[in-house]
Design a protein around this ligand. Structure first.
Ligand SMILES: [Zn+2]
Length: 465
């Protein structure tokens, strides 16, 4: 059962703002036939039947009440590259897919967030433009060690570093020394470090080998970034985390071998967690060959055996969070006949998560609670937002979405709320429909449409104890 607050003295029942009735409420420990009572943006009652007076009711009969998804990994690219996505489009697409909170990466916004001033600039923009709550990553690059304390004080949710070329000149990859020193500093500051774990030297070698063969198709590109590239980087990063005591989050782990390395490191008491992304759980290498540009990302999508093994790891609790790594680009950057030249990044913030729910539609009783953990509770916990976010329980922010399971329907470009209508999921059938999304008790997405008068997003910083 969702936890209940003890009431020591009887109080006059307050008039609630909203009661969500009739839904099946999903928490990591199960699915519960309970009602939620909301007041001033929070859940204040969880009970089988709420009799308090209320200003309004929301009928969730026949639907799941799922915790608002906390997506710790998006690239909305504003300021500087708003034409690639932007905070307004990105957050709306997130909300249309059941998300209530995003953590924006320090790139590909321009300038990237490498100091407190950069973070404040992006924060001010997001406070005007985002329709969901948000947190902001700072960057860890060679030469910005003395900016990390400022980033922490400005409220960065963590630091992101690239161990291979990011493709963005203003966001250079970290060399081993900068990563080590950065993690040492981050540990002192109480900041988590997230890494894009691909070994640059190995990626360069494998890429050169493919180019020498004059192969430029999707298959050649996949071969240019084999699992070994990821494993070498994970080994180094976890070793550094062990030595420095830094909290480490390996983003977009694409292979079960990568998960195994993280599991081993955890057994050695390294403070490391694993994120995978919806596309690694939904697509395989054959899909990449078929779909082309919309399915290009790094590390690349792996074979079917590995995709299925990632689901096993997820169910075994060895993958802690699932993010979208939503990283769109304009159509002209996604059209080269040479797969190596196509800008990488998958636009999955709107449909990736609901397709995970769809993949579990027939095993909802067992798997929806698991998804509530990896899409919301675990994320909030890892990033120290769990006093407010990630769980449908009394005292928490009223962030939730309503999920309907109906007849399968194909996803079309018209469904997309992203700036560019590019997605690897177009044409894919889904039984899941996100009908409503509420952020702090107010609708952002209602009855399958953008809600009018939606509130603006609030900036979130990790809670320090
Ligand atoms: Zn990313």
């Amino acid at each position: 059962m969702p936890r209940k607050r003890e009431t020591l003295t009887p109080v006059e029942p307050e008039t609630l703002d909203l009661i969500v009735r009739g839904g099946r409420v999903v928490t990591p420990d199960g699915i519960h036939a309970v009602e939620l009572g909301l007041l001033e943006g929070r859940i204040v009652r969880v009970a089988e039947s709420i009799t308090d007076p209320t200003h309004a009711e929301l009928d969730a009969a026949g639907r799941y009440v799922f915790p608002g998804i906390v997506d710790a990994h998006v690239h909305f690219n504003e300021p500087g590259r708003a034409e690639w996505e932007g905070l307004a489009h990105g957050s709306l697409a997130l909300a249309a897919g059941g998300g209530t909170c995003f953590f924006d990466m320090p790139l590909n916004s321009e300038p990237p967030v490498l100091d407190a001033a950069g973070l404040r600039t992006k924060r001010a923009l997001a406070e005007q433009l985002a329709c969901t709550d948000f947190a902001l990553w700072g960057g860890l690059v060679p030469g910005n060690l003395d900016k990390l304390a400022g980033l922490r004080d400005a409220g960065a949710i963590g630091l992101k570093a690239f161990m291979s070329d990011s493709g963005i000149a203003s966001f250079p990859r970290v060399d081993a020394k900068s990563l080590y020193e950065g993690m040492k500093r981050a540990a002192k500051l109480g900041l988590l470090v997230a890494v894009h774990a691909e070994d640059d030297a190995l990626a360069t070698q494998f890429t050169a080998a493919q180019r020498a063969k004059k192969k430029t198709d999707a298959k050649a590109w996949l071969a240019s970034r084999p699992v070994e590239v990821e494993l070498a980087a994970i080994r180094q990063a976890t070793e550094f985390a062990g030595e420095t005591g830094c909290a480490l989050h390996i983003v977009h782990v694409s292979s079960p071998e990568g998960v195994a390395l993280i599991t081993e490191a955890r057994a050695q008491r390294v403070d490391v967690t694993a994120e995978t992304c919806s596309h690694y759980l939904l697509l395989n290498d054959k899909d990449v060959a078929k779909l082309g540009a919309p399915a290009k990302c790094a590390p690349p999508i792996r074979d079917e055996k590995r995709r299925l093994a990632l689901w096993d790891d997820l169910r075994a609790g060895q993958i802690h969070t699932v993010g979208s790594d939503h990283s769109p680009a304009p159509p002209d950057l996604k059209t080269s006949p040479n797969f190596f030249e196509i800008w990488g990044g998958i636009g999955g913030v709107q449909h990736g998560f609901q397709l995970l729910l769809n993949a579990c539609a027939t095993t909802a009783d067992r798997d929806f609670p698991l998804l509530a953990a990896v899409l919301a509770r675990n994320v909030a916990r890892r990033f120290r937002l769990d006093s407010r976010k990630g769980l449908l329980a009394e005292g928490m922010d009223a962030d939730f979405c309503l999920i309907e399971l109906g007849a399968a329907r194909k996803i079309t470009a018209d469904d997309l709320w992203t700036r560019h209508k590019i997605s690897p999921y177009l044409g894919r059938p889904s039984r899941v429909r996100v009908t409503d999304t509420y952020v702090r008790g107010r609708p952002v997405w209602a009855d399958g449409r953008v809600a009018s008068g939606a509130p603006k997003g609030q900036f979130l910083r990790p809670i320090t104890t």
